[in-house]
Design a protein around this ligand. Structure first.
Ligand SMILES: Cc1cc2nc3c(=O)[nH]c(=O)nc-3n(C[C@H](O)[C@H](O)[C@H](O)COP(=O)(O)OP(=O)(O)OC[C@H]3O[C@@H](n4cnc5c(N)ncnc54)[C@H](O)[C@@H]3O)c2cc1C
Length: 443
């Protein structure tokens, strides 16, 4: 008899994991509280598009669905910076010294549909929409499920339950409630986010450079925009919830209009539905979740945001969740007759990397909103690219390691710190030597 898994949540990682487990021959029931995304009810205020990069693509390639996904993607080759001040010219900063390296703007709906369909190709995977998990009995691996169409509650038992149910995971909550010494920490940023739209030009083309991630860095806050295949851009404003200038003070259409006129004047003519979008679209919060352990014996495990939600500023949350699926699949293969060992090993291999990513993502918020506008920052990026070209395979900028390689996040962060120490140390030594030489020459 094949082992039976219940997966809770068919978001980005849930669909992908169901496909991985289906391919291994497990019996999989995937329960999702929402309706089928193919019926058009998917996003619910979440980011409409996302940046997909090497780690995520590798996980899709492993299942043979990367090309299917990438056909819907738009390459973004660098950051297009929109400095403050009316009339200021945009500045393009490539992501890598190699112009072929890019990240990909991909629609959440298209991606979610592709991974669910990949899972459904396996006859041993069944997907049940409109089923909300309300509780999990950890010892018997039994999920309580509420059918949101019929209001019928049922208890479904399996060999293991995997919570792939996102940052506010019900499966994780069951672990929190029942397990002694379960570590849990959630931290919210003072900033929230709101999505806005730049529609296509009348001829269907993009109203700004298409192959770039646009950033309006404004020190304590920022806006970004990613291109969509239909010629539009989805903009996301990251702004303080409270304070003298914040979501809380943007109460009227006039407040919003004045704020945009002052801070993002180049976008105002491109956003005919700005006021409506601002009023209608929800303001989301930005949470970092850290917890441990990510499993309970061989009965329950957590994957993706359920285990480690991170703020979105490195564009890695989904990529990391996909990487979890690859690692869990590898561990289940390696310890095929000992699922508890497989879950434990998965946790050990991923935890320090998820923690490192959480820190990197917060640091990158400061970099994006504040530093990208500065000359010193752009000079450092150029130096990074120069060193990468001069020392191929030896010097790798942090962004490159995180985005364009599969070097574990913790290792990438550590290596970047070492590289910085060497570069700054040798620069300081060089400046000192030049000063000494200059003083000698003047004597
Ligand atoms: C504004 C923003 C921008 C982002 N941009 C990027 C980016 O550019 N690149 C990137 O890699 N990542 C990005 N992310 C992060 C990314 O969205 C998440 O990391 C990713 O969605 C995690 O996938 P997941 O499957 O773990 O969770 P989710 O995608 O959240 O899926 C969880 C699923 O579980 C379902 N569910 C929840 N509770 C229950 C329940 N009780 N019962 C049944 N089903 C349930 C939900 O309906 C959902 O379908 C961004 C996030 C935000 C908020």
């Amino acid at each position: 008899m094949p082992q039976k898994f219940i997966l809770v949540g068919s978001g980005l990682a849930g669909g992908l994991l169901a496909a991985y487990l289906g391919r291994r021959g497990y019996d999989v029931d995937l329960y999702e509280r929402r309706a089928d995304p193919r019926e058009g009810n998917i996003v619910g205020g979440r980011s409409i598009n996302l940046a997909l990069s090497t780690r995520g693509i590798h996980a899709l390639e492993h299942l043979g669905i990367a090309d299917e996904v990438l056909q819907h993607a738009i390459p973004m080759r660098g950051r297009m910076i929109h400095p403050a001040g009316a009339g200021a010219s945009t500045i393009f900063a490539p992501y890598d010294v190699d112009p072929n390296k890019h990240i990909n703007s991909i629609g959440r709906a298209a991606l979610n549909t592709t991974v669910i369909e990949a899972a459904q190709r396996y006859p041993n995977v069944r997907v049940h929409f409109n089923h909300r998990c309300t509780d999990v009995d950890l010892d018997s691996a039994t999920a309580q499920l509420l059918n949101t169409e019929t209001s019928i509650i049922s208890a479904v038992r399996a060999d293991a339950v995997i919570g792939v149910d996102g940052a506010f995971s019900a499966v994780r909550q069951s672990m929190q409630q029942r397990l002694d010494r379960f570590e849990y920490d959630e931290t919210y940023l003072a900033h929230g986010y709101k999505e806005l739209t730049i529609p296509p030009a009348p001829d269907g083309s993009w109203r700004m450079e298409k192959e770039a991630l646009h950033i309006w860095p404004r020190k304590s806050f920022m806006m970004i925009a990613l291109p969509n295949p239909d010629g539009s851009f989805t903009c996301t404003l990251f702004w303080e919830f409270e304070g003298p200038r914040s979501f809380a003070t943007a109460k009227t259409d006039n407040d919003v209009r004045r704020f945009f006129d002052e801070e993002f004047p180049d976008t105002v003519p491109l956003m005919p539905t700005l006021l409506n979008d601002f009023r209608q679209n929800p303001t989301g919060s930005l949470v970092t979740v850290r917890c441990a352990p990510w499993h309970y014996h061989d009965k329950v495990a957590l994957v993706g945001d359920a285990a480690h939600a991170v703020v979105p500023f490195y564009g890695q949350g989904m990529n990391a969740a996909f990487e979890d699926c690859v690692v869990l699949d590898e561990c289940l293969a390696e310890f095929a007759d000992n699922r508890e060992r497989a879950f434990a090993e998965y946790f050990v291999r991923r935890k320090e990397n998820a923690d490192a990513l959480a820190d990197l993502a917060i640091d990158n918020f400061i970099e994006m909103r504040d530093k990208t506008a500065s000359r010193a920052f752009r000079a450092k990026k150029k130096l990074d690219h120069l060193l990468e070209a001069l020392l191929p395979g030896i010097y790798l900028p942090l962004y490159t390691m995180v985005t364009f390689t599969r070097i574990p996040y913790a290792q990438a962060a550590q290596r970047a710190r070492l590289q910085d120490r060497i570069v700054y140390g040798s620069s300081a030594a060089l400046i000192f030597a030049l000063l000494v030489a200059l003083l000698r020459a003047l004597r």
